[in-house]
Design a protein around this ligand. Structure first.
Ligand code: ADP
Length: 292
């Protein structure tokens, strides 16, 4: 059962969002999140998805809302509508459309591949974004750069490496070895346009929604080299071959893309070290041993 404090909190945020006193008919926990509390809340015959936490006041949900809105604007993916974010009674919250799960459409993977390729066709001149955001609950720096490798080193690797050193998760030898990779990057990576990326695309961040179609959630958007996004889809598995075939039909990857995937995945692995601990270091070490 739900305590009255939670019920009151939900009534308050619904009042703030929709301007009416709701009569809540159902509250259900939704599992699967790594970071926040997540609920399905029903009232007025509609369902809503509410995320909340009791962290100190921060702009994490504001940034999530900005990311979802930006992705929805470019109109290549199904993205849940967002209604409101804010803070009330010591809780940060975000209210959005509830995605009702339906049976997966036969061509689900093809559609996801095509939709992602359409997203990546939104390009700009610089790498980065006009605001910083979060990857999981860690800060993600998006200072704009005209050079992709500078972006990758300064805004991605160095930020996470610094955090790992600060938290005592890696020592200076490990950091030195990691930094030995930097001078090699120009010879290893290829130029690509700067594409709008979901930024955190793993199998936990897409859902099968209405009509069995893919819906994307929990983005960490920025403009970057699209290879980084495709590499991450491979890191923890869960994407069907049909997804990659469909993506490649619309926006082919370079034939040697696979040789770079493990370098790009050093970023999410460092993020995992900082979020979940040192068991993810061995994956990084393996790649560093190859190059350094
Ligand atoms: P967290 O911020 O904790 O990572 P998520 O955004 O990943 O939370 O959401 C947790 C789970 O809730 C997801 O794995 C998914 O199953 C479900 N979920 C996320 N967004 C929605 C939504 N708009 N409608 C219905 N279910 C959702």
């Amino acid at each position: 059962m739900f305590d009255s404090r939670l019920q009151q909190f939900l009534e308050s945020i619904i009042f703030q969002t929709f301007g009416k006193n709701p009569s809540i008919t159902e509250i259900q926990y939704v599992g699967g999140g790594c970071i926040n509390n997540t609920l399905k809340v029903s009232f007025d015959k509609e369902q809503y998805f509410v995320k909340w936490n009791e962290d100190e006041e921060n702009d994490m949900f504001q940034k999530e809302e900005l990311g979802l809105s930006k992705l929805r604007e470019v109109n290549s993916l199904n993205i849940p509508k967002t209604y409101q974010f804010g803070r009330i009674e010591g809780r940060n919250y975000l209210i959005m459309e509830f995605i009702e799960r339906e049976a997966t459409k036969d061509d689900f993977w093809e559609i996801l591949g095509q939709n992602l390729a359409a997203l990546h066709q939104n390009t700009q001149d610089t790498f980065g974004l006009d605001h910083n955001n979060y990857i999981g609950r860690l800060p993600q720096k998006n200072d704009k750069k005209s050079n992709w490798i500078d972006f990758l080193i300064d805004n991605r690797f160095e930020v996470q490496l610094g955090l790992a050193i600060y938290n005592g998760l890696i020592n200076s030898d490990f950091a030195k070895k990691f930094r030995n990779l930097y001078p090699q990057l120009p010879g290893l990576l290829v130029q690509e346009p700067s594409s709008l990326l979901h930024g955190d695309l793993w199998s936990g961040n897409f859902m099968v929604g209405r009509k069995g179609l893919p819906f994307l959630i929990d983005p960490a958007i920025y403009y970057g080299n699209r290879e980084v996004e495709i590499a991450f889809t491979q890191l923890f598995g869960g994407f069907d071959r049909k997804f990659y075939n469909a993506y490649n039909e619309v926006l082919p990857l370079e034939s040697d893309f696979q040789t770079r995937a493990e370098i790009y995945n050093l970023y999410p692995l460092l993020v995992h070290v900082n979020l979940f601990g040192t068991s993810y270091l061995s994956g990084i070490q393996r790649v560093l041993n190859k190059y350094c």
